[in-house]
Write a protein of this length. Structure first.
Length: 248
């Protein structure tokens, strides 16, 4: 997600999400399992907006899940200090529940964005989410709603509370008998709050990944329909993001 300091325009995990191949989860017994991964990306983009002033980031995640469908995840990334009042890291805590019905999966929970070292700034906030995905042969279609209730961390004036709403659609296609998958995304930020630089905008991307054992390399083209600046650069400008991830 993104929060810029008050002297700059703001934008918002895409979270560029961690791109890593899905390694088999380690069985902990009692229905519990754990897995995780680490990734280096050439630019951390969240909902189309760079969180690193269009420079590289290091990311990692670990998740514990239960056979019932409940899971907890911690995801982290390096960020530029314009994002959250001087913080140089974003840590996301996620609690959710996932259930599959035939070819359809429903996934919902709460995501909490935490920015250590933000100098006491009001930067942290919670965002409930729900998604529905459906597999059609080698393709998967997914729709997601992220809604943040009114919180001071989303305010534009530093006094009132603001809310947030983001709708996203994704498609992925695993090319049969190859390690290649193609991806596409489009999303829209509806609320004029601190993490959208005070305006609505649309973001989109197309990409591809290649997986070998527990390694995944990715390349994606990311763009938006807005112009927003971080410290030195247009952080909403179209760009190509490369990634290399390992899953464990």
């Amino acid at each position: 997600m993104t929060k810029l300091t008050r002297f700059a325009c703001t934008a918002a995990p895409l979270l560029a999400a961690l791109i890593a191949s899905p390694a088999a989860a380690e069985d902990l017994g009692g229905g519990f399992a754990v897995n995780g991964g680490a990734t280096v990306v050439s630019d951390y983009r969240f909902r189309g907006i760079s969180q690193t002033d269009r420079r590289f980031a290091v990311q990692g995640t670990i998740s514990v899940s239960h056979a019932s469908g409940f899971y907890g995840t911690v995801w982290g990334s390096s960020i530029d200090d314009y994002v959250a009042a001087g913080s140089d890291a974003e840590i996301d805590f996620i609690l959710g529940y996932k259930k599959t019905f035939g070819s359809t999966t429903v996934d919902g929970g709460v995501l909490y964005y935490y920015y250590p070292g933000s100098g006491g700034g009001n930067t942290d906030f919670a965002e409930p989410y729900i998604s529905v995905s459906h597999a059609v042969g080698p393709a998967t279609l997914k729709a997601t709603v992220n809604w943040a209730p009114k919180q001071k961390a989303l305010t534009l004036d530093g006094v009132s509370k603001e809310s947030g709403l983001y709708l996203g659609g994704d498609v992925s296609f695993a090319i049969p008998k190859t390690p290649v998958a193609l991806t596409g995304h489009i999303g829209h930020s509806f609320e004029k709050n601190y993490i959208t630089f005070g305006e609505e905008y649309t973001d989109w991307s197309i990409g591809a990944t290649v997986t070998h054992k527990n390694l995944t390399a990715g390349l994606a083209y990311v763009d938006t329909d807005t112009t927003l600046y971080g410290i030195e650069r247009n952080v909403s400008k179209a760009g190509v993001v490369a990634s290399l991830g390992v899953a464990f």
